[in-house]
Design a protein around this ligand. Structure first.
Ligand SMILES: Cc1cc2nc3c(=O)[nH]c(=O)nc-3n(C[C@H](O)[C@H](O)[C@H](O)COP(=O)(O)O)c2cc1C
Length: 199
């Protein structure tokens, strides 16, 4: 979570659970490639297993950032396809990437070409009024073909038009079991292996 799960927060979370997989805040590829890498990437050994969450869409930049993450010792690289903020949309990453599954697949492939740790994707069940199962199924299907086999599903649509990120956390209703697209069984978030798109 941005502005929350910095290394100190994650260290605290590790005290609460010895086994939970911890995630960094979303870090943009630009911040990693051009910014203060230590500030964004340093972490305490106690945090393992810990995943680096990236925000970005340009495959070469994602590959560079993923490689840095692996060099720094992260156990997983996760691509954010769930953040709805307008600032993020202007940078063409976050939830708006659900409308571009082929670009996400290219990014995942570019990352997998340069790292050996798992590359995973966090996404929504839809964007704006797009609520069909086929939409999320095809997104997961296309991205899984590039080699991603773990998807973390935030079981709410992301409304990209007209509401604030705060409203986005409450307004699009959580989908109860049986109603949501891929992965939702609990009304919350769910890690799931990719299944063929026609399952
Ligand atoms: C302040 C804040 C920052 C967040 N930052 C991130 C983030 O960087 N990466 C991410 O995957 N999700 C982020 N999230 C989403 C949460 O991880 C989580 O999916 C969500 O809060 C749970 O669902 P709900 O709030 O829609 O009920 C953020 C949420 C909040 C409230």
């Amino acid at each position: 979570m941005m502005d929350w799960t910095d290394r100190h927060c994650r260290y605290f979370h590790r005290l609460l659970s010895e086994t939970a997989l911890l995630y960094t805040e979303m870090v943009t590829t630009g911040a990693l490639i051009h910014g203060d890498q230590s500030r964004h990437l340093d972490f305490n050994e106690q945090e393992h297993p810990v995943a680096l969450q990236l925000g970005g869409s340009e495959p070469n930049d994602l590959a560079k950032a993923a490689k840095l993450g692996q060099q720094w010792g992260y156990d997983e690289i996760n691509l954010n396809c769930g953040c709805p903020s307008e600032r993020v949309q202007r940078g063409a990453f976050g939830a708006c990437l659900m409308a571009e599954p082929n670009l996400v697949a290219d990014g995942v492939k570019a990352m997998l070409d340069v790292v050996t740790v798992p590359v995973t994707v966090k996404h929504r069940i839809g964007i704006d009024r797009m609520e069909s199962y086929a939409f999320v199924r095809d997104f997961v299907g296309t991205v899984s073909m590039a080699g991603c086999n773990t998807f973390i599903v935030h079981a709410r649509n992301a409304w990209l038009q007209g509401i604030s990120p705060k409203e986005n956390r409450e307004l699009p209703p959580l989908k109860p079991a049986g109603e949501a697209g891929a992965g939702d069984r609990s009304g919350g978030e769910h890690r799931q292996r990719a299944v063929p798109a026609d399952c």
